[in-house]
Design a protein around this ligand. Structure first.
Ligand code: SF4
Ligand code: SF4
Length: 254
């Protein structure tokens, strides 16, 4: 419900631990879904804290870049070449997105995501599995050698397909408020032209040791949070991670 001109604080009513579990199992909440719900809430808390720490660094860092007059931030609303990349995120970040999508005021965004997901999967095709497999074998993004060359080639081919993120609508990010680290922390400077492949250059990214540190700390905390939910802790393609998070949170059948 919206109260015009007023800020509304959302109050979550938590089930009584001794009451029947809301899942309908007939068992008490504390002996059924309680532990899983706490683990999910802890993971979301880890994600919110990490994303908040990154935002705090960006709040200081981004104005500094332009105020010195040396660089201009190229990223702007409606600029979306990067949304055709193979964007990945952790499970805790995806849980935050899932929680946001489950809010009644975001029902239309969620419906569009669920409608777009099969098309995204079809277009991603085998490339998605190949990229995930390469990253799993390497234990993360390769930075040199033949695996780096394979990763770069497949990633570039994927971007050329223009299989836009299902959260991109008419060029805009529909989940901007809860977008994952990669979409939040990377800022290209000077020109957006090189974010599109085959334009003769590579994007130049703004960086600072404090931003690198905030991203590294958040990423490590997200992986730990994902492992505490019994997963391998690895990132997944954003749409798949969000679909998993919606199902894990009990918001959809998966
Ligand atoms: S990363 Fe590149 S494509 Fe994405 S918003 Fe920034 S300039 Fe635009
Ligand atoms: S979450 Fe938003 S910014 Fe990130 S890839 Fe999707 S549409 Fe683009």
């Amino acid at each position: 419900m919206t109260i015009p001109g007023r800020t509304v604080t959302r109050v979550e009513i938590k089930p009584d631990r001794k009451a029947p579990c809301p899942c309908g199992s007939g068992r008490r909440y504390k002996s059924c879904c309680y532990a899983r719900h706490r683990a999910l809430e802890n993971a979301r808390g880890v994600a919110r804290a990490g994303l908040g720490a990154i935002d705090e660094v960006l709040r200081v860092f981004l104005p500094l870049i332009e105020s010195r007059g040396e660089h201009k931030i190229a990223c702007h609303e409606g600029c979306n070449a990067c949304c055709a990349n193979f964007v990945r995120c952790s499970l805790p970040e995806a849980l935050v997105v899932a929680e946001w999508l489950a809010e009644p005021e975001h029902a239309a965004v969620r419906s569009r995501f669920e409608a777009a997901l099969p098309g995204w999967r079809a277009a991603a095709g085998a490339d998605a599995a190949v990229i995930e497999d390469l990253l799993a074998r390497h234990g993360g993004t390769p930075t040199e050698g033949p695996e780096w060359e394979d990763y770069s080639r497949i990633g570039l081919d994927y971007t050329r397909k223009r299989n836009l993120c299902p959260f991109n609508r008419d060029g805009r990010c529909e989940i901007y408020e809860v977008r994952p680290t990669i979409c939040r922390a990377v800022h290209v400077v000077e020109t957006e032209a090189y974010c599109t492949p085959d334009r003769g250059g590579v994007p130049k990214v703004a960086s600072h040791p404090r931003l690198v540190e905030a991203v590294q700390q958040a990423t490590a905390a997200f992986a730990h949070g994902a492992r505490s939910l019994g997963t391998d802790g690895r990132e997944r393609a954003l749409p798949e991670a969000v679909a998993t998070a919606l199902a894990l949170s009990g918001y959809s059948p998966g």
